[in-house]
Design a protein around this ligand. Sequence first.
Ligand code: ADP
Ligand code: MG
Length: 673
Amino acid sequence: MARLPGVGAKRVQDFLKLGVETIEDLITLWPRRHVDRTQLTPLWQLRVGEGATVRGRVEQAQEHMLGRGRDYLKIRVSDGSGHLDVTFFHARWLKRQLVPGVEVLLSGRVENFRGRLSMTHPECEILEPGQEPRLGLIPVYPLAGDLKQRFVQDLQARVVPRWAPQLSDPLPDAIRQQEDLPARGWAILHQHWPASPNERELSRRRLVFDEFLRMSLAVLWLHRSDPAVPAPVLDVNNALITQFLQTLPFTLTPGQTEAWEEIRADLSLATPMARLLQGDVGSGKTVLAALSMLAAVGSGYQAALMAPTELLAEQHYLLLKRYFHPLGVALVLVSGRSKGGDVGQLASNQPLIAIGTQALVADRRQFGRLGMVVVDEQHRFGVRQRAQLGEKGLFPHMLVMTATPIPRTLALTVYGDLQVSQITGLPPGRQPIHTSHLSMKDRRDAYVKVMEVVRQGRQAYVICPLVEESEEIQGKAASLLAEGMRKVSGWRVGLIHGRMSADEKSEVMELFRQRAIDVLVGTTILEVGVDVPNATVMVIEGADRFGLAQLHQLRGRVGRGDYPSQCYLLADPVTPEAQARIQAMIETQNGLELAERDLQIRGPGEVLGMRQHGVAGFQLANPLKDLALLEKARDAARALLSADPELAHPEHEGLRQWVFDALNAALPGHVLH
Ligand code: ADP
Ligand code: MG
């Protein structure tokens, strides 16, 4: 990387944050999406609610200083045919550049603000004098550190066309022809710079196939050479379990009981359990995690619970502390803030339960006697991580919990050999969550409801709209929203977002739990796991921007107690897909059904604005949408390995390297060549 012109030591560091170390990493740093700049719209033709790209000159620029981190910049742009008002939250670097006279290209959604055409935080490119705008489908890359979009675009425009055709193509021609896939070099090039959405889709198909094939080969290879690693036999009727079930303030639902029977049968065998526990949001998966971990602790082993975020790890810790304190079970929260002593306990052979994020088992060796691992709502945890657990002679049992149903083929590919349990039904007495859609001009109605429930001593969440740029901007948008609400309402408003420190976050959650906060304004950080039964209203601003699974998870934060709950989706959806998502949310509350609807909605037409799905090392693959392709890749992997178990044929050399790369990433220290 450092040899590329324009890439100095600082930028090398910034690229490292994106996982880009080599040129090959760089050219496979995929655009998050493309901005459709195939067409420029004159300002007088803009229509409210539609997306557009415009070219104009800055007439006025005014900075609004609201104090730390909440500044914003307002500019007015004209192209001779009309005017457009534009607001930027993240004005730090823009304010120096967006001065009157400068020519800009703006891409975003047209809104109507007090009778004027406006855009909020559009994609913005400054045109140098004399420079013609780049038109077409423009890639938008993930950024880190001080990297600028334009810089990465220019770099990729130089590097990709030069290097992509030189990369070898590991896929045997026979498979390529059979599946009708383009060459890898072509696919890489057109993933960055497609001439049309069709070209981009064709290129994506090839790259997704590669991701699936690589993963399938690695999983099958791993199992092929898997010696029978024993797992500890756990006493599933131990005293801790009995005691826990007695002190629990409720009895297990039939669905929970059935799943527990399946789990406990596995735990009493000397073969490591690998089980996926699916259960809709609110179905009560945490109790089963607790039981599984008690099976280990009550048998003299250690257990680990991994959550997707530190915030959620902390929430689990607080809950489990209440559950386990009476039982005298040692509980350790491992976070960025843990002290050496806490972590040191893990290495001892003392039975305990450790709670943390995925980093917890990144190094299996820090546990002395790990018998059980529970992974909560974490789809990134896959076969690589699983392989890491298998060192030290004993393989712990593993339970992966999710509210998002995963098709079995995908589960097999991501986790290896996996059994599936399903919690059917919800705990008794659940009130349905009444879901309604309000257009932005009626959003007051939602807040009238918030006012009503706050008066009754209950609480509400408000989710701030999704801004794609970065967590930083997202945090700023959330604080603006919270600030505005504080000013006009008498509510005690709390704020939570990803950029706050772990201490700040847990403090806010604690205040909310203790009802010292009426309304919690937050980002999608509230998406999973947060459990405060007294909160009964969920307001989702800009609901059209969220995916269906995300909306379902967010809605699942309410309806957890005995009171009727409401969910308000505030949006003026423009695309048919966004309308269909909102309609689906109104029509059903069933997670399985929503997952199916999601699959129908996301037809192959969805090209622009596609978000990444970081499932277990997949960059481009969308597990639901690409299921058919996954099955093909899996079949191809099987056929390849049965014909050539060692991938020793010269034509398979590239594939062999893929497998080794994947496994080396999974098992550091066991370098394969
Ligand atoms: P999820 O499956 O979404 O992780 P949780 O484990 O957070 O769900 O459980 C949701 C809520 O339901 C919690 O407040 C929990 O205490 C409660 N709960 C779980 N099981 C039962 C049950 N059998 N009866 C009544 N309430 C239950
Ligand atoms: Mg949960």
